[in-house]
Design a protein around this ligand. Structure first.
Ligand code: FMN
Length: 199
């Protein structure tokens, strides 16, 4: 898909989507269904992430049917000893409206590149997915708690590794609190000019 758009406008749009993407938690999602067509579009965007040696090391499993209820109950049971009853009950309901996608890393069969590069590539794919959700006005959220990591293990095959659950859904931006912040770039940025005296 190629849309003609002037370069300045394109850059502004990308920046807008990147900076305004937010973590929208599953309890904010409405009951409105995310269509299969849209889901496939979002996941196709995910697959346009870069990969070393084009290994495309991702597998996605869309968890339909009773999975949202099952996963909520699983999380509630998983953390039962550490949480109050109120939290236990809300966790069971937590993702009832969410579309759940199990995120799985499938290692290159010949292990041509280090595992960390495959994990990095899948993370790039998740970011694509998340940005595409944001651009479509959907909420999204990557859940990597121990319960999520373990829940996804039932879907992994040989040579694959769980990377948690991505949840997404429609939500009402006007009534959903989604604030985030970033520390100033100066705290993260260094410049290095080598040893200029040797030039
Ligand atoms: C690899 C990764 C794993 C994450 N896992 C969780 C998680 O398990 N629980 C959670 O509340 N947020 C999780 N997040 C989302 C972060 O909490 C969130 O990105 C952060 O609070 C900043 O908010 P923002 O995404 O709106 O900028 C994860 C994000 C990443 C990149």
């Amino acid at each position: 898909m190629k849309i003609e758009i002037n370069p300045m406008e394109k850059a502004s749009l990308v920046t807008e989507v990147i900076r305004n993407r937010r973590t929208i938690f599953a309890d904010a999602y409405t009951a409105e269904e995310v269509s299969q067509e849209l889901l496939e579009k979002l996941l196709t965007d995910a697959t346009w992430a870069p990969t070393h040696k084009r290994t495309e090391p991702w597998q996605f499993v869309v968890l339909k049917g009773n999975h949202p209820a099952k996963f909520g109950a699983y999380m509630a049971e998983f953390y039962k000893d550490y949480i109050l009853e109120k939290r236990y009950n809300s966790l069971k309901q937590y993702c009832k409206n969410a579309t759940l996608i199990a995120i799985i890393m499938k290692r290159d069969e010949r292990a041509r590149i280090p595992e960390w590069e495959e994990l990095a590539a899948v993370s790039c794919a998740v970011q694509n997915l998340w940005l595409s959700c944001a651009a479509h006005g959907l909420g999204g959220y990557w859940e990597t708690c121990d319960a999520a990591m373990q829940y996804v293990e039932q879907f992994t095959r040989e040579g694959e590794r769980s990377m948690g659950v991505f949840m997404l859904g429609h939500y009402e931006p006007a009534t959903t609190k989604a604030v985030s912040r970033r520390r100033p770039l100066e705290e993260k940025l260094r410049w290095d000019f080598g040893d200029e005296s040797t030039d």
